[in-house]
Write a protein that binds this ligand. Structure first.
Ligand code: TRP
Length: 461
């Protein structure tokens, strides 16, 4: 077996490559189609402040927990959990937490690839001038047509999966690092280009006001929960991604500052995305929305009305595709590392098998938009709705909560202090209170808040 295949031997070439890789995982669809909108709708600048508090008190402590456990265990999340549980004198059933992560990553990737496939398709459509001067109806129709056409969706989903699997199959240094070294700088440059474009679009003042004016009256308790949920999802927490990436972090990297840098980069991109998007929307007098509607209808329509819209629209969709691919590769790492270790297998082969199964599962998402759209699994959730809900609202928060609880309350103190370089008692207690109490309670709140409506509808409460 080649050394390359053994994840306990893998290391990021530098602390910076880890920062870029983790930021690549964090920066994804969530930053571009979700953050800007929820910030604007829930208090603008006031929401941004609340969000920063949530990043600091919930996101960063959980990320530190994941990375420190990964670096201590130096293997896939499943093996890491088993080793750490043993060292801590706890039940080896904690390895199930690793399994939870592996499965969650698999589920998320299955639909992430389908949606990233839409973005790939839109690079082509916008560059072609399809939306130049198009009417609102025809832009909306183009998106409806795509969703109604399973073959078209499968073609792009397949393309996205093939690229992802090809990258991850090459291993940490030749695959992940190479891809990250290209995609991340490209992503930053494209974002800056779009910012300059949006600055000159004529809607900048309005876009800025939408995102940053302090609207305290729009801040309710719900804003806190939304901010917390977003902080958690955007940092790719709760499924062992950061644990798997943490296993490759060099010994001498200081964890706290490294994690803070990753969180800052992620936040910066989310804010910049808002400043790139909203001015373009407002310059055309359009209504803002979120999610697929914002990305695949409102924005193509807006670009279509502006000079050089085809070019900058295409740039925007390339940006989303890059953001999606660096997230997708991180979603495979827990499973990939586990299978290569457990079966002493060639990474490339494992990657291909994993890719095929994930691709098959993704077909369920493809069909959820057309031939299976009315087949409901639970309540009003069709296949895609169900997989999305289960992974994001149940499995991720559960994983995140258990991970910090384990790291703070069950791991030996000396181990944590050594990993974090904590020397003073005050620092130690600050860490315990924030990561061991505040963060899990925050996640618990999101959890209860999001699953309550489902429970209520299922049991007619
Ligand atoms: N953070 C990504 C986004 O904002 C999504 C993502 C990638 C993710 N890997 C993850 C979320 C792992 C949770 C867990 O779109």
């Amino acid at each position: 077996m080649a050394i390359q295949d053994n994840s306990s031997q893998n290391r990021w070439s530098s602390r910076w490559l880890f920062v870029l890789a983790a930021a690549g995982s964090a920066v994804g669809l969530g930053n571009i189609w979700k953050f800007p909108y929820i910030a604007g709708e829930n208090g603008g600048g006031a929401f941004v402040l609340i969000y920063l508090v949530c990043i600091a008190l919930v996101g960063i402590p959980i990320m530190i927990s994941e990375v420190l456990m990964g670096r201590e265990g130096r293997s896939s999340p499943i093996h890491t959990m088993r080793t750490l549980a043993k060292k801590a004198g706890r039940s080896e059933r904690w390895a199930l937490l690793g399994w939870l992560g592996v499965i969650t990553g698999f589920l998320i990737l299955s639909y992430y690839a389908v949606i990233a496939g839409w973005a790939l398709n839109y690079v082509w459509l916008t560059a072609n001038g399809t939306f130049d001067g198009a009417s609102a109806d025809s832009v909306a129709q183009a998106f409806t047509d795509l969703q109604a056409d399973p073959l078209q969706m499968i073609a792009y989903q397949t393309a996205f999966m093939v690229v992802t699997i090809w990258i991850v199959g090459r291993g940490v240094t030749a695959g992940l690092e190479k891809a990250i070294q290209w995609f991340m700088p490209a992503l930053f440059i494209l974002l800056i280009v779009l910012l300059i474009y949006s600055f000159n679009s004529g809607g900048f003042a309005q876009g800025w006001a939408f995102m940053f004016d302090f609207k305290w009256e729009a801040v309710g308790p719900e804003a806190w929960l939304i901010a917390m949920g977003q902080a958690f999802f955007t940092l790719s927490l709760g499924m062992g991604t950061m644990m798997a990436y943490g296993a490759y972090v060099p010994e001498d990297a200081k964890l706290s500052t490294t994690v803070v840098t990753i969180a800052l980069l992620d936040t910066l991109v989310a804010i910049a995305a808002g400043l790139a998007i909203f001015p373009i929307v407002f310059a055309n007098g359009l209504e803002v929305s979120q999610g697929p509607g914002l990305t695949f209808v409102t924005l193509p329509l807006a670009f279509g009305q502006l000079p050089f819209g085809a070019l900058f629209g295409a740039i925007f969709f390339v940006l989303i595709s890059f953001a999606a691919i660096t997230s997708a590769i991180s979603l495979t790492e827990p499973a990939l590392a586990y299978l290569t270790e457990e079966y002493n297998a060639k990474r490339q082969r494992v990657a291909i098998s994993l890719g095929v199964v994930c691709w098959l599962l993704g077909l369920g998402t493809v069909f959820s938009f057309n031939i299976w759209s009315d087949i409901f699994i639970v309540g009003e959730l069709n296949f895609f709705g169900f997989v999305d809900y289960l992974s994001q609202n149940i499995m991720l928060p559960l994983g995140g909560m258990l991970i910090t609880i384990f790291a703070v309350w069950l791991l030996p103190k000396e181990m944590v202090n050594r990993q974090l370089g904590i020397s003073s008692t005050a620092m130690f207690w600050a860490w315990r209170i924030v990561a061991g109490i505040v963060a899990p309670l925050g996640v618990l709140a999101i959890f209860v808040f999001t699953i309550w409506p489902l429970v209520r509808s299922l049991f007619n409460l």
